[in-house]
Structure formats: structure tokens, C-alpha cells
Ligand binder design. Structure first.
Ligand SMILES: [Zn+2]
Length: 132
């Protein structure tokens, strides 16, 4: 199949497929005589694997490490577990950062007690605070 068809089947942008190919995540597609890249079932499977990992917010580097791991090999399995465990730790850090961001926003939102339903010339403390 051509790249457009692979894009359609997988719901992945053509540019993203090219990026995965140039970064070595996807095996290079052989070309036809007309110089079109031809993608097969192995490309589709590899791309779906990449997309699944990306949907889990794994980085390109993490996907690179995961992509060739064999499920029946203990050393590979240990690698996979360690990558996922590290990823969970990173997610926990992000959750902590987002919670602190949320508190900051809630503080800002409650800083101004005016309802602003009418033009009363009241100063909005929220807008004022954003300027500080
Ligand atoms: Zn206000």
C-alpha cells in the first residue's frame, strides 16, 4: 500500500509516518519502479505498536528501546518492565506539577470576588493579578 493508505488505516498523519521512518522507528519502505514507497503488513503492525506507545505518552527514545524487545525473552521483559516503571514515576511527577498548577489557578480564580454581571467600574483582581 502507499503511504496515504497506511495513514488512513492507522489514523496517523503522513508526515508523522515519514518522521518515524527517518528516525528509524519504522523499517524503511521499499520503493516501486515509479519510486513510490510501498508499505506492507509489517509496517502497519510496527506503526500501530508505535502509535499505541505514543498514546501512552512514551517518548520516541522509549519507543526505540521497546520496539525490538521480545516477549519470550526474560532480559527483554525486564527492560520493558523497567521502562514502564520509570514512565509511571514520570507521570507521578507530572501529576504533582499539575496539582500545584491547579492550586495556583484556583487561588487566582478566588482572588476576585466580583461577579462582573454589570458595568460597575469594579477592578477585576484576577486580571490585575495576572499583570503582576
Ligand atoms: Zn474579577
Amino acid at each position: 500500500m502507499k503511504i496515504g493508505e497506511l495513514a488512513k488505516i492507522t489514523g496517523c498523519q503522513v508526515g508523522t509516518i515519514r518522521f518515524y521512518e527517518t528516525s528509524g522507528l519504522l523499517p524503511a519502505a521499499p520503493r516501486t519502479q515509479g519510486n513510490y514507497r510501498v508499505y506492507g503488513e509489517e509496517h502497519k503492525k510496527a506503526l500501530q505498536f508505535i502509535l499505541h506507545c505514543r498514546a501512552l505518552d512514551l517518548s520516541i527514545d522509549e519507543v526505540k528501546e521497546l520496539i525490538n524487545l521480545k516477549s519470550a525473552q526474560a532480559s527483554d521483559a525486564r527492560k520493558a518492565h523497567s521502562i514502564i516503571e520509570n514512565h509511571i514515576l514520570e507521570i507521578n511527577k507530572k501529576i504533582t506539577q499539575l496539582e500545584s498548577l491547579k492550586s495556583e489557578l484556583e487561588f487566582l480564580a478566588h482572588k476576585c470576588g466580583h461577579d462582573h454581571r454589570e458595568e460597575k467600574g469594579e477592578t477585576c483582581c484576577l486580571i490585575e493579578a495576572l499583570h503582576q
